[in-house]
Design a protein around this ligand. Sequence first.
Ligand SMILES: [Zn+2]
Length: 480
Amino acid sequence: MKFQPVIGLEVHAQLKTGSKIFCGCSTTFGSEPNSQTCPVCLGLPGALPVLNKKVVEFAIRAGLATNCTIAHHSVFARKNYFYPDLPKGYQISQFEDPICRKGWLDIQLEGQGPKRIGITRIHMEEDAGKLVHGDVPGLENGSGVDLNRACTPLLEIVSEPDLRSSDEAVAYLKQLHRIVTWLGICDGNMEEGSFRCDANVSVMPVGSDTLGTRAEIKNVNSFKFVKQAIEYEIQRQIDLIEDGGSVVQETRLFDPNSGATRSMRSKEEAHDYRYFPDPDLVPLVIGADWVQRAKKELPELPEHRQQRFITEMGLSEYDAEVITVSHELADYFEECVAFHHNAKAVSNWLMGEVTRALNDSGTSIAACPVIPRQLSELIKLIDSGAISGKIAKTVFEEMWKNGGDPKSIVEKQGLAQVSDSGAIEAVIDEIIAANAAQVEEFRGGKEKVFGFFVGQVMKASKGKANPAVVNELLLAKLKG
Ligand SMILES: [Zn+2]
């Protein structure tokens, strides 16, 4: 029997607001434990939550960018459960009436057409605190609770079970990651847990229309682990069914060291949480004018910009995708092209030398020491034949290290390309005279020796001789 995997993802994106969702405490990561708390996020009796307007704005933005309908009326609900990192005994979330409903995203796998993935809902909620075990002074034999993260705003973005492979799941996740970072509502830092996902995985016989029992894999925080966890889980379920067993509904954990998932607890149902509307928070009403304004303020979305780079600028699909991985990189690219209309060369430089230098130094494109105008001028110098591509890399290194405009660096360091045939001829004559044996070999039909001569001339000119002129003159002389 052949099996078809069915996957749905629940993504938690931590919002980049300065303060928490229901109080004014800071959301800065990595501070002294419990230094960013107040009666509201400590869950002290009688403290009342006040909704942060920015969280609503960010949720509307996320909803519009993923083609959702923004609900005029939405409700905060209490999700009741006990855990030491949740002093109130409930998490404030949204249940029956979330802020965004029924959206979609298109994903594209290499060599396939676009596929539309449904988004069931997006809702706002608060994060819980964090348990710290034994690795802190004073906690050698115990555990502590750090409530700095309690009440940090999250968006939960729930997809329809439309994904059919681990590759589709990763493509969807990357698309969503690009959107929330592009909109500036989430920093996307997966290592710190600002963008993490739960994967619901089941399998069913090919041709069946009855979904299999699903297992939920919790809190996977890298694209690579999502792929591994889903693939492991699909195979585990198929093996189980083929051996005559059946899949039980449960929550599982992925272990990156073994690449396996293991059972954590039996899956709870929504009704176990006894959701009910939070009596401390009035229903949220969003007027049409607010949605209209948010729509107007939405930047050009990455998907659209990627298409525009293909159709208007002639980039390949691959290049356009790499260049639109972030808002900052796409902006940098467009600024360069505005100065010098050679989109292909600009994208090559960005994906090559610039990315390499950024990675080596751990710099972001926003802090790139070479500004767009300077990179464009460098490319202009290559295109006009003033310098060779090889010399340009030397000039770029100098610009990166010490700043300065490419033109003045070329002048100061005497790096201009030599195209003057008289000067090149003189060098060629010397080299031919000094390598009589190789000249004989070439004239005897061993044409490979030609490369040796080109290399010698370029070396003697310190890389500055125009290669086209060298080739032409050298060939004439050697054949002569
Ligand atoms: Zn607080």
